[in-house]
Design a protein around this ligand. Structure first.
Ligand code: FES
Ligand code: FES
Length: 920
């Protein structure tokens, strides 16, 4: 029952008319507009909603309004002093402790409480104090560093320098103060809340969908089913095999079958539950073996009719088959001194961005729908919606918000078409957000895999040939399975010189949640398999694993992948530096061991464009369709590249947000492409702007252009100290006198390196742009009694070509290691009969600040000939190596070899048993 409730928030007393059973989080966000507290899980496990109640940190998603009447509530918005940042917030900004920023307010609140009760905490006390706050981006290193800096009273100064300096993110202040708007932070007066009716069956025919009961509920506005949509329209990343709402049949538990919108989120959820769907069950296919069996039930009867974006090879339940062949593997293996064959398995993990999918849609009088969303690819959302709903693009506008992490999980279409359909039908704004349970059951997690590898070696330490079969479980829809399987095949050979390779891969449909892109899709699976086998071989042959790798790693000019000739290869240096950082070859304590892994990866391509306006005060506005999921290129390296070209400071660059109606096209944030690819377009646009500035200045001054130079804030005659014209004067002259406003613009699509077309079939991407190289090394301790593996130290080295912003690059190395460590030790989406049985952060464990070792980031710079200023893509590779390095270290420590990740305590104990080395 609603009533007046008196609250004291950030020092102000207010009264709300609400149900005392409503959560404090909902009230703060939806009634008071205090969006700094975020909903990451709704069940007390992520800390994103942290506030202070009478000075103590509390998860506001678990606090009921009736329990906090007249108590002192402080949100992140209430921490600032005289409108400025606290020293703690300043430290977060300057130390690079913020990436996507969704978790940041929660950390700031927890750390504020810590410093209030313990002004000089130890590192262990800091980690303990924030152990209830999850961060998926940073690996916690820079967060801990920032809290330490604030505790010591260190003066934290933000850098605003040139290329190669650790400039603070331009969006850091709005994130650290809770002002940054993410998907769920957009609200409209009178908005409805949308909910999705999801399949409860893994594989079934839809006999009937009855929405009558739901629509009869007071406060329920509209419902939508697939029958209302234009039939025969499909969309997809690689293969167009998916419809917006299931029609005819469902293929996984959690698949959307209908939509409802109601006055409150609770009512929408109740209405969704009241929609009656009648199913006729079909035989489910739960794993790769069942899917590939000759008598397997077909999950997509129309597979061969689906439109594909590449020369697809498909059959049965395999939506994509891929082959790479070089040399004569059979003959080469026959000559080898030893041949090894092993099979490895990996699990499904969720990207576990802390911000769930969320957004809002509204329709205008002409039926045009605007969607505010946290999708990684706003332009692709518009395209997919147009394809899948049959709407012209003139009727769809997508606005990119701050994104609370993505890691590939927000590359596919999420809630956008659902909110749009409901908004169009109801003629009201509709807000939607996925619950954490929906995220686990119905988003696009990392593919499970089974990989079998045969490798032949000679006694001189040379690898001669490798054969591999990669099978990825892509779930109910192809997602980016075809691409992921191709990328796996590139990585399964490692960055090793191999003249004979015979690789095959399949992405296989099953009746599971559809898998999708996840930070380096296909990478961790292939690296775990390939690099585990490297160590197995080395130990079997009595070779040092580092020496074995160094004897075989690729060099400049070698051929790799599908016949690509390599340039700018930094893998040897990465291996040597990572190994040295953990004292490879030194004495080990009992039950401690060391492990290594190395790999390579592509810098992402795809089309992009940029526009730069010279403003009247001499600053510039960078207008880009790019969004940022956390790594921060949009707010660090892109303005740095523009500023460098124009002799400005990054802080002189305004960076626009993405709006498909007004921004120049960009493919989206994913694939380690932002600095390499979008950065190139920004640099080219800045170059054009510079040219126009010099032309205009030359005309104004009546001198030849080559007698002028651009200097900070203006143009001057060569050899003269005094400035001839400021940028503001040049801009103003264009605005009011002659030639008009001054702009630079550029479009860019990188040329793919050539490959051997005879060597491969069925690949969506046959070569790697500006390949980057990585190596990681870890030291672990294994508890033989419990099976617990503790990573004691780690080093993550990466050849990034050129570090435009070293602090941001370090953040990727640290955060990527944390994600990979979770993959290696903790995380698994567990399913029973297609139902996820651990759909929350209590049962699905992410690494916390307490779990993480100190990770030493090592930046190796082997400049790419094609990258702007030599850069290579950085974001994805660091997450691919830790599982392999850790498994290798465990074997080194206790002689237990695990062939499947994650290395849980149970599986480690089993392996110790099998090896006969369990503790007593
Ligand atoms: S939203 Fe409250 S702990 Fe996650
Ligand atoms: S910065 Fe912590 S979750 Fe993204």
């Amino acid at each position: 029952m609603k009533r007046g409730i008196s609250l004291k928030v950030n020092g102000l007393v207010c009264e709300v008319y609400a149900n005392p059973g409503e959560t404090l989080l909902f009230c703060l966000r939806e009634r008071l507009g205090l969006i700094g507290a975020k909903e990451g899980c709704g069940d007390g496990e992520c800390g994103a909603c942290m506030v202070l109640i009478d000075g103590l940190p509390r998860n506001s998603c678990l606090v009921l309004l009736g329990d906090v009447e007249n108590r002192e509530i402080t949100t992140v918005e209430g921490l600032s002093v005289n409108g400025g940042l606290t020293s703690l917030q300043e430290a977060f900004v300057a130390k690079g402790a913020i990436q996507c920023g969704f978790c940041t307010p929660g950390f700031v609140v927890s750390a504020t409480a810590l410093l209030a009760r313990n002004p000089s905490p130890s590192e262990a006390e800091i980690r303990e104090a924030v152990a209830g706050n999850l961060c998926r981006c940073t690996g916690y290193a820079k967060i801990v560093e920032a809290i330490q800096a604030a505790a010591c009273g260190e003066e934290c100064v933000r850098e605003d320098g040139s290329l190669g300096t650790s400039v603070a993110r331009l969006d850091a202040v709005e994130k650290v103060t809770g002002k940054a708007q993410f998907g769920a932070d957009v609200s409209r007066p009178g908005q409805l809340w949308g909910a999705v009716v999801r399949s409860t069956r893994p594989h079934a025919r839809i006999v009937d969908i009855d929405t009558a009961k739901a629509l009869a509920m007071p406060g329920v506005a509209v419902a939508v089913t697939g029958a209302e949509l234009t039939p025969g329209l499909y969309y997809g990343v690689d293969l167009f095999d998916q419809q917006v709402l299931a029609r005819g049949k469902v293929r996984h538990v959690g698949e959307p079958v209908a939509l409802v919108a109601a006055e409150t989120p609770e009512l929408a959820a109740e209405a969704a539950a009241a929609v009656e769907v009648t199913y006729e069950d079909l035989p489910p296919v739960h794993d790769i073996d069942a899917a590939l069996a000759p008598d397997a039930s077909l999950i997509h009867e129309d597979l061969m009719d689906y439109e594909a974006g590449w020369d697809a090879i498909r059959e049965g339940n395999a939506c994509s088959a891929t082959y790479i062949t070089r040399g004569d593997t059979d003959a080469a293996l026959a000559t080898c001194d030893r041949v090894f064959t092993h099979t490895f398995e990996t699990q499904i993990i969720h990207q576990s961005y802390i911000e769930p999918h969320a957004g809002l849609a509204e329709a205008d009088a002409n039926g045009k729908v605007t969607i505010w969303t946290t999708n990684q690819k706003p332009f692709a959302v518009r395209r997919y919606m147009s394809q899948a709903l049959g709407w012209p693009m003139t009727k769809i506008r997508v606005i990119g918000m701050h994104i609370g992490g993505g890691f590939g999980g927000k590359l596919e279409m999420g809630l956008e078409p659902y909110a749009a359909l409901l908004a169009l039908k109801s003629r009201r704004s509709v807000k939607m957000a996925m619950s954490r349970k929906e995220e686990f059951q119905a988003a696009n997690p990392r593919h499970a895999s089974r990989i079998t590898i045969t490798t032949g070696v000679n006694r001189d330490m040379k690898m001669v040939a490798r054969r591999a079969e990669v099978l990825l479980d892509t779930g109910a829809y192809s997602g980016n399975g075809p691409t992921a399987v191709g990328l796996s095949m590139f990585l399964v050979t490692g960055p090793y010189r191999l003249d004979n390779v015979d690789l095959s891969g399949k992405a296989v449909y099953t009746n599971k949640t559809s898998s999708g892109s996840c930070r380096g899709p296909g990478g961790p699976q292939a690296v775990f398999a390939g690099e585990s086998q490297i160590d197995i071989i080395a130990r079997e042959m009595g070779w040092d694993p580092l020496a074995f790798r160094l004897a075989n790693v690729v060099e400049e000019g070698d051929v790799l992948g599908a016949g690509q000739r390599l340039q700018d290869v930094g893998v040897r240096e990465c291996l040597e530096q990572a190994a040295a950082a953990i004292n490879w070859g030194g004495e080990e304590e009992p039950d401690e061991g060391v492990g290594l892994a190395c790999s390579w990866w592509t810098s992402g391509g795809w089309a992009t464009s940029a526009l730069i306006n010279l403003n009247e005060d001499g600053t510039v506005t960078l207008i880009t369709g790019a969004v940022d999921i956390g790594p921060g290129a949009k707010y660090t390296s892109l303005p740095q590249l523009v500023a460098d070209e124009l002799q400005l400071k990054p802080g002189d660059v305004i960076v626009s947000s993405c709006d498909t109606d007004t921004s120049p096209y960009d493919h989206g944030d994913g694939g380690s492409r932002m600095t390499y690819n979008v950065g190139r377009a920004c640099q080219m646009a800045a170059e054009e702007l510079r040219t126009v500035i010099l032309e205009r200045a030359a005309r104004t001054l009546g001198v030849a252009e080559d007698l002028l130079e651009l200097v900070p804030d203006g143009v001057r005659l060569l050899g003269h100290e005094e400035k001839a014209l400021t940028l503001a004067e040049i801009a103003e002259r264009g605005r009011v006198l002659v030639d008009g406003p001054i702009q630079g613009r550029a479009s860019f699509l990188a040329d793919m390196p050539s490959w051997d077309t005879d060597a491969c079939r069925g690949l969506t991407y046959p070569s790697f742009l500006a390949p980057s190289f990585s190596a990681q090394a870890v030291r672990v301790r294994v508890d033989r009694q419990t099976g617990q593996v503790r990573v004691l130290e780690a080093a993550a080295a990466m050849d990034v070509g050129r570090a435009i912003n070293p602090m941001a690059v370090e953040g990727q190395l640290e955060g990527g290691f944390a994600m990979g460590m979770g993959y290696g030790l903790l995380e698994e989406v567990k399913m029973r009969e297609g139902v996820v049985i651990n759909p929350n952060f209590l049962d699905y464990k992410l690494p916390t600040a307490v779990d993480m070792p100190v990770v030493k980031p090592i930046i190796v710079e082997e400049p790419s000939i094609t990258g702007v200023h030599g850069v290579k893509g950085v974001g994805e590779p660091p997450a691919s190596l830790p599982a392999a390095a850790i498994a290798n270290a465990v074997d080194d420590a206790v002689g237990a070899r695990l062939m499947r990740v994650p290395l849980t305590q149970e599986t480690v104990l089993d392996a110790l048993d099998a090896a006969g080395t369990t503790g007593s």
